[in-house]
Design a protein around this ligand. Sequence first.
Ligand code: BES
Ligand code: MN
Ligand code: ZN
Length: 491
Amino acid sequence: MFRTIRTGSPKKPALLVGLPCGTTRLPKSLAELDESHGGRIKAAMRSRMFKGGLKDLVIQGDDVVLVGLGPSDELDLDLIRQLGGRLVGHLHRADIHGLDVRIHETVPRKIGDADAVGQALAEGMVLANWVVDFFDGKATNRSNASGSLSIGSGDNRMRGGLRRGIVLAESTNDARKIAATPPNICTPTWVAQQARAAAKKHGLQCRVINFAEAKKLGMGGLVNVGIGSANKPCMIILEHKPKRPRPDHRLALVGKTMTYDSGGYSLKISNTMKGMKYDMNGGAAVFGAMIAISRLKLPVHVFGVLPCAENLVSGEAYRPDDIIKMFNGVTVEVTNTDAEGRLILGDALAWTCRKIKPTEIIDVATLTGGVVVGLGHFCAGMWCEDKSLRRRVEAAAESTGEKVWRLPLWEAHRTFMRAQHADLWNSGPSRSAHPIQGAAFLSYFVDEDVPWTHLDIAGVSAVEKADDLHVVGPTGFGVRLLAEVAARTGV
Ligand code: BES
Ligand code: MN
Ligand code: ZN
C-alpha cells in the first residue's frame, strides 16, 4: 500500500481510462489520447484479459491503465468507489505513482458528473489503502507501506471531486484509527486527548466535561455506567462554527463512545465480549465527521457530542436493580447493565437539547446485537419520525453508499419502556423488538419538537471479512454519511 495518496499534477502520469462491456471502438475523446500514448489504449483493449467487465484491468506499458466499467446500465457510484478500492493495490504492485484520471469521459452522465465520479473513485482508493499496522511489533515482517501516489486530471471538476473524496476518506480513516486502538490505550481520557489534538489541527473548538463535572451536572447515566472502571467517563463536545453559517440551523451529532463494553455485572459471556472495543464506533464516526466537515469548510454550524465511558465490573460498579436519575430528571431502573449505551446517550441527548438547542439531532451508536440479527452487515437501522430530516439522511446514505433502513417507533414501543418503580427501565423484560426498545428509550431524552434520527450501526461499523474497501476491522461507517447530511443541511 502507498504511504500517502494525494492530489497533484504528477510529472509522467499513467492514464486511467475505463470502458464499459461490449465497447468495440474507442470513443472519440479517447482516440486522441490513444495516439499520444503510442496506441497503448487500443493495445490494452485487444488484450485477452479485457472484456470490459468490472473486475477487468490491464496495465499497458507504464502509462496506460485500462479498467472495465461493466454493463453501462448497471454502473453506479458505489461500483466506482469499489473499483477505486481494487485499483490501488494494482497500482502499487505495478509501481505506478502518478495518475491522470480520465474515466469520467466514458461514465454515463446520469451516474454522476466528473466531480461525483472523482469523489467516489478517490474515496475508494484512500479507504482501501488503509491498514492496521500501527501495533505491529518486532515479530512482524510485513512489507510496510511505501511510496506515494499522486492523482490528478486535466478536468477541473474531476480534480475537485478527487480532492473532496480524499478528504472524506482520510477523515473516515481518522475514525478507523481511534476505533482500532485497543481499549487498554483507548480510554475515555485518551479519546478526549485525541479530540483536543484533532480540534487543534483542523480548527474545531473542543471542550470536555470531566467525571467530577458530570457528577455535579447530574448525569446519572454517564456516571453510573462509567464508575466501575479506573478509567473514568467524560463527555467531549466538538464544535464547527463557520464565519457565515447557513442561517437557522444547528446540527448536533451524538455518538456512543464505549471504549469497552464488558456488559458490567450482566456480564457478556466469553466469546460475545471479544470485539467490544468497537463499542465506541458511533463516537468515532462523529469524530471523523467533524474533521471532514471542518476540512471541507461546510457553511453549517455543527456540534459533535461524545459521551465516553468504559463498562466494567468492580466494587463500585452499578448493578441490575439500581435506580438512577438521568440529566433531565427521568429515573431509570437498571434491569441490565449491558444495556449501557442508551444510558450514556440519554444523558448526552438531554444535555445537547438543553445546552446546544439544536435544530436537528442525529445519534449514532453500536446499540444492539438485535440490529445485527435483523439487518446484518448490509445497512444500519434508522429511526426517524421527522419527514424532512429522514429524507435528508436517506438521500445522503444513497449518495455515500452507507445504507440505512428505517424501522418503526410508535407510542406502543415507548410505553413498553415504562417501568414499575421508576419512569423507565433500560431494557424490557422480554427481548422482543430489541433494537426498537433502544430507540424508544432514547426518545425520552430528546425534546419533542427537535427532529431526531437514531442510527444503530452495530452491524456495519466493523467487518469480519475484507471487501473491496475495507480490511478486517473498523469501517468508519457514518463519517461520510454524517458529513453529507451536514452538507445538505440548510440548503
Ligand atoms: N454494545 C452492545 C451491542 C452490540 C452487540 C454491538 C454486538 C456490536 C455487536 C450493547 O451495549 C449491548 O450489549 N446490547 C444488548 C442490549 C440488551 C442487554 C438490552 C444486546 O444487544 O444484547
Ligand atoms: Mn452492552
Ligand atoms: Zn454497548
